[in-house]
Unconditional design. Structure first.
Length: 277
């Protein structure tokens, strides 16, 4: 499948494919093989983090694939324990070294920390951007209060908020804020860690479109303009199935049925974020 079939989001002057590859809990040779497979299928958006301990095999996969750097979007993240300015710089250095890159496209705060000095954190991230070590900066797992702090008080150029989001979880408060500020949402756990596959309603919609429940759920996420998704897929068949989800056209009846699904099934506990909403 050609990469052209994956639509892009434009954030802060750069293009990010709406469908990417998540790599949480992928390790070693299996991780390298998965990333090489995804790149060969046409994926151009790879998501990792220092906490995943897999930047090295991802760097090896990127080097082996030979995809021009300008065609790739690579996101990594700094862990919540490394948010002091010097620690951010050390983490950035280590990530770039392991990824074998001179810059990433997006560098995120992975989790908020109650002890963080947020003005200092974002000042450091903005310096990394100015130095060309990342093309953009952003956050993950930020609630609306923290987003307001970063965007309105500190005035940091936040390029995305990466959060858990899928058909079974209501994120309307955060989405409303992001939409108002023209900040994209990047959805992790977009298939609710496999729970979606057995949902009867999604399965029924899938049969109507000659697709799986997971493909329906993924297309529902990717239809809105400001949303990207990074499903984890280690098997080539799963990677291709996620690409094939882009072919589905959901109608109003499908969306009504999806809207009626329970929206309270969180897979990841947003532990560090105070007053999550």
């Amino acid at each position: 499948m050609e990469n052209l079939k994956i639509k892009n989001l434009t954030i802060h002057g750069m293009s990010m494919p709406k469908l990417g590859l998540g790599t949480f809990r992928m390790q070693g040779d299996a991780c390298r093989a998965a990333v090489e497979s995804a790149l060969s299928l046409g994926y151009r958006h790879i998501d990792t983090a220092e906490m995943y301990a897999n930047e090295e095999p991802i760097g090896a996969a990127i080097a082996a694939a030979g995809v021009p750097r300008g065609e790739l979007h690579v996101t990594t993240k700094v862990w919540h324990e490394n948010l002091a300015p010097d620690a951010i710089r050390r983490a950035s250095d280590a990530s770039l070294n392991k990824l074998r890159l001179d810059h990433v496209d997006l560098y995120l705060v992975h989790w908020p920390s109650r002890n963080a000095n947020w003005p200092a954190v974002f000042e450091t991230l903005m310096k990394l951007k100015e130095e060309g070590r990342t093309r953009a900066i952003g956050v993950a797992n930020f609630n609306t209060a923290l987003l307001k702090l970063a965007v309105e008080e500190i005035r940091a150029p936040i390029a995305c908020n990466q959060i858990e989001y899928h058909v079974m979880l209501d994120q309307s408060k955060v989405i409303d804020y992001l939409t108002a500020k023209s900040i994209p949402l990047v959805a992790y756990c977009p298939l609710a860690q496999g729970r979606i596959a057995s949902d009867a309603v999604l399965g029924e919609i899938g049969r109507k479109h000659n697709a799986t429940a997971a493909q329906v759920a993924l297309k529902w996420l990717l239809d809105p303009k400001g949303v990207a998704a990074i499903p984890k897929a280690s098997r080539r068949e799963s990677q291709q199935a996620n690409l094939d989800a882009l072919k589905i056209t959901l109608d109003d009846d499908d969306r009504r049925k999806i809207a009626a699904l329970p929206k309270d099934r969180r897979c990841v506990n947003p532990g560090f974020a105070p007053a999550w909403d």
